[in-house]
Design a protein around this ligand. Structure first.
Ligand code: ZN
Length: 271
C-alpha cells in the first residue's frame, strides 16, 4: 500500500520534492520563522526558552519542586505550564498566527514535561477546584487547548506530536494526553522516533507497533531523524516504522539527493 513520505525541513529547496513538508515557525528555543508557502507550519506550544527566561514563574514544576527547565536533569528545553492563563493565551496566539496563512497546522510540545509535572500552585488549585486528581486536570487542560485550536482550524488538517511512549497509561498519566479525547480533534498524530544512526531497529518496531495497537484506526505518522544518518540505515528504519505507521517523515536531512534516494527506496518497498 502506498505510504506518504514527507520531510521536516529548514531548506526551501526540499519542499516541492516530497508529499508533505513541515516547517517550524516557532521552535522550543523561542525563535520565530516566517511560514513558507506549500508547507505545514509547526508550532512548539509549551516549550519556549525565551518565554521561560522572561517569565521564570511560568515554568512547569515537579512534585518535589524541581523545575522543568534546562539547568535541571532530563530537560533539553524549558517547559511552560499550560494551566497558566498567560501561557495558554500565548500558545493559542501562536497557533492562530500560523492558521492565518496556512492550510494545515502541526502542534508540537503539547505536553506536560514528565511524570509528576506540573504540580505548580495553579495546577493544584485547578485540580482542587474541579474536584479531580492532578492527572485528570492536566488531561483536561491539554484537551481544551487542542479543542480550541481545532475550533480555529475548522476543517483544515491538524497534526499533533506525541511523546514516543506507547506504554498503556504513560501518555495519559505522565504527559497529560488523553488519546481517546484527543483522537476526534486530530487528523493525525506524529511520533518522533529519533536515533543518530539507526544501526539497530528492534526498538523502532517495539515502539511503532505499540502505537499502532494504541491508536487503532487513528492515523499516525512516524518521524525519523535524517541528518547524517547513513541512507541504507534510514531506508531500513523507514521500512520498519512504515509497516505500522500511516505515513513517514524524514527530519532535518540536509542532502536532498540522499533524501530523494531514501524516498524512492521506501516508496518502492511499500508499492
Ligand atoms: Zn502548573
Amino acid at each position: 500500500m502506498p505510504k506518504p513520505l514527507g520531510v521536516v525541513t529548514r531548506y526551501k529547496t526540499h519542499v516541492p520534492h516530497f508529499d508533505v513538508a513541515f516547517w517550524e515557525t516557532k521552535d522550543v528555543g523561542g525563535a520565530r520563522r516566517a511560514w513558507l508557502a506549500g508547507t505545514i507550519p509547526m508550532v512548539s506550544c509549551f516549550g519556549d526558552n525565551r518565554v521561560a527566561a522572561a517569565h521564570p514563574e511560568w515554568v512547569q514544576v515537579g512534585p518535589d519542586g524541581e523545575r522543568g527547565a534546562r539547568p535541571t536533569r532530563y530537560f533539553d528545553w524549558d517547559t511552560l505550564c499550560p494551566s497558566r492563563p498567560e501561557v495558554m493565551a500565548l500558545a493559542l496566539a501562536w497557533a492562530e498566527e500560523a492558521l492565518e496563512v496556512a492550510g494545515a497546522l502541526r502542534l508540537d510540545d503539547v505536553t506536560f514535561a514528565r511524570r509528576g509535572y506540573c504540580a505548580c500552585v495553579l495546577c493544584q488549585q485547578g485540580a482542587a477546584s474541579a474536584g479531580v486528581p492532578l492527572v485528570v486536570w492536566r488531561q483536561r487542560v491539554l484537551t481544551q487547548f487542542v479543542a480550541a485550536v481545532r475550533a480555529r482550524a475548522g476543517t483544515r488538517p491538524l497534526y499533533v506530536t506525541l511523546y514516543p511512549d506507547p506504554y498503556p497509561g504513560h501518555l495519559e498519566n505522565e504527559r497529560g494526553l488523553d488519546l481517546e479525547q484527543l483522537a476526534p480533534l486530530v487528523d493525525a498524530f506524529v511520533v518522533p522516533l529519533y536515533d543518530l544512526g539507526y544501526s539497530t531497529t528492534y526498538w523502532l518496531e517495539v515502539i511503532a507497533s505499540g502505537f499502532r495497537d494504541r491508536l487503532g484506526s487513528q492515523p499516525w505518522w512516524a518521524e525519523l531523524y535524517a541528518l547524517k544518518v547513513p541512507p541504507a540505515n534510514l531506508v531500513k528504519a523507514a521500512r520498519v516504522a512504515g509497516t505500522y505507521a500511516d505515513g513517514l517523515l524524514l527530519a532535518y536531512g540536509s542532502q536532498l539527493s540522499e533524501l530523494q534516494a531514501v524516498e524512492t527506496a521506501v516508496k518502492d518497498y511499500f508499492g
